[in-house]
Design a protein around this ligand. Structure first.
Ligand code: G1P
Ligand code: ZN
Length: 544
């Protein structure tokens, strides 16, 4: 019988966890009591979990297994009755969300730093998801953070390690630990939403599809769903074995880090669809033959075509996007008469709207799209959406997008990231911009006249929480928009994100390169706010 130990520790002096949980360099998590502080703070802020079930899993990155052992011992010592853990400690973020919901668990702990690099010098992360399967609300996040600053001890067991490679039941003190297949339930859920027969038929008749799992968590899911259930040749699922350091790569499914598959699709004679997902399986990349689908456009096209998909034929209750996501979705919502919501960045803000039944589909410009089937964004779901739309419409990705723009107009979009800038300089930049906001209104710029300028805040009428300071919006009379916002997920310094968007109505020039279409606006985004004066940077280091 293992003993419960109470270990003295000292409080955190960290900043509040950002957009999606606590995310730091691995060596920070390896410091004595660091992970334990956070986990104890989470448990201390939850009520009524005694004897209940906790889901635990992660994206398999370096330190995943070590952290899981720590968490399981603490869960047992704190009084959970049962833990459900993915085999090998693996659970994609959407699969963890589904497992929590399906099993009626009390909540779950997900270990991931999403698309950030892994390995001993890489990043690690942890977050708590509640019984709805979604990330802790803003209110709970605040509570956990406050507790982490005063926590003086944590509870653990001196028991043995759990064998994460052994399916079935094990005992840890008074807690039952069940190691479960991480893929099966999720694959079953996908079968209920999509027309697998139609996709299988399309694949059989010569449709070429390649998926890059980026040596991250979606490998086993992709093998089961694409290869086994949909008949995609094994060789077309690339990098399907998860590795603790993602094979040395950066598991971010964008044109830069998923370059191989992106270039293949854009080569003129590539596959009909290339796709990829990130470290923990919640983001997606969609590229048709010679047609990159920008994430904001993908969200809009998915909503426009959702009626073709079995899981959504009953219609959509409403839709939502995060504030910096382009207005492409707004056009579809308006034309279809769908209730529409604009939320702050981060999936946690969609949770209440999904739970209350106000929305069915939602997404973000950062390659996250999802629906009410789970409470996280879902990379493979988005890929299956596209496969199903293609199978139903029997058109190419490019044909579908051209048709979309001809109907709704096109929101040319780009994001400039100024990474690892000095944190206080970044704050000063935002403060100075805010102070001068009113003076910008009415100003004539090379990209047109500025109509409004404000700081985005959000009132959640469901839990009555108010979230302010969510980025600065500058709207032009033409419908163009520039947004300045500080990232909440970085692990070094601060990242300034500048989101640039130009609307071209149907009938206009819909066939430009996005970078050309927004060129004027991009230079205005620099001059308007003197980015270089504050940050010392004249150019962004990542442009997507
Ligand atoms: C970034 C994205 C945001 C996403 C988050 C978690 O957050 O911009 O849309 O929800 O990662 O995947 P940020 O670094 O901008 O705070
Ligand atoms: Zn992710």
């Amino acid at each position: 019988m293992a003993n419960v130990l109470t270990i003295p520790t000292s409080p955190f002096d960290d900043q509040k966890p950002g957009t999606s949980g606590l995310r730091k360099k691995v060596d920070r998590f390896q410091e004595d009591h660091y992970l334990e502080n956070f986990v104890q703070s989470v448990f201390a802020c939850l009520d009524g979990f005694s004897g209940k079930t906790l889901v635990v899993g992660g994206d398999g990155r370096f330190h995943n297994d070590v952290a899981i052992q720590t968490i399981l011992k603490m869960a047992a010592a704190n009084g959970f009755g049962r833990a459900l853990v993915g085999l090998g400690g693996i659970l994609s973020t959407p699969a963890a969300s589904h497992l929590i919901r399906k099993t009626g668990s009390f909540g779950g702990i997900i270990l991931s730093a999403s698309h950030n690099p892994g390995g001993p010098d890489g990043d690690f992360g942890i977050k708590y998801n509640a019984a709805n399967g979604g990330p802790a609300t803003e209110a709970l996040t605040d509570k956990i953070y406050d507790y982490s600053r005063v926590v003086l001890s944590y509870k653990t067991l001196d028991g043995p390690e759990v064998d994460l490679e052994q399916l079935g039941s094990q005992r840890l003190g008074a807690m039952d630990v069940e190691i479960v297949d991480p893929v099966e339930d999720y694959a079953e859920l996908m079968e209920t939403l999509f027309d697998f027969d139609a996709i299988r038929q399309m694949v059989k008749s010569g449709f070429e599809f390649k998926f890059d799992a980026m040596h991250a968590v979606t490998g086993p899911y992709a093998k089961e769903i694409f290869t086994k259930r949909l008949g995609v040749p094994t060789s077309d699922v690339l990098n399907a074995n998860p590795k603790p350091d993602f094979g040395g790569g950066h598991p971010d499914p964008n044109p830069v880090h998923a370059k191989v598959i992106f270039d293949l699709a854009m080569s003129g004679d590539g596959p009909d669809l290339c796709a990829a997902s990130d470290g923990d399986g919640d983001r997606n990349l969609i590229v048709g033959k010679d047609c990159f689908v920008a994430p904001s456009d993908s969200l809009a096209a998915i909503v426009a075509n959702a009626h073709l998909i079995p899981g959504y034929t009953d219609g959509l209750k409403g839709v939502a996007r995060s504030m910096p996501t382009s207005g492409a979705l707004d056009k579809v919502a308006e034309s279809k008469g769908l209730p529409f919501y604009e939320t702050p960045t981060g999936w946690k803000f969609f949770g209440n709207l999904l739970d209350s039944g106000d929305i069915t589909l939602c997404g973000e410009e950062s390659a996250g799209t999802g629906s009410n089937h789970v409470r996280e964004k879902d990379g493979l779901w988005a890929v299956l959406m596209w496969l199903n739309i293609l199978a139903a419409r029997k058109q190419s990705v490019a044909e579908i997008m051209i048709d979309h723009w001809n109907t709704y107009g096109r929101n040319y979009y780009t994001r400039h990231d100024y990474e690892e800038v000095d944190a206080s300089a970044a704050k000063e930049f935002m403060a100075a911009l805010e102070v001068g906001l009113m003076k910008l209104v009415g100003q004539e710029t090379a990209a047109g006249v500025i109509k409004t300028a404000d700081v985005f805040s959000y009132y959640d009428s469901i839990d009555e929480s108010f979230t302010d300071n969510q980025g600065i919006r500058i709207l032009f009379e033409s419908g163009s928009r520039i947004v300045y916002r500080l990232s909440g997920t970085g692990t070094v310094g601060a990242t300034l994100r500048v989101y640039i968007e130009r609307y071209e109505p149907a009938g206009g020039n819909l066939n430009q390169e996005a970078s050309e279409a927004v060129a004027d606006l991009a230079s205005v985004s620099k001059s308007l706010a003197s980015i270089d004066r504050f940050t010392g940077r004249s150019e962004p280091n990542v442009v997507t």
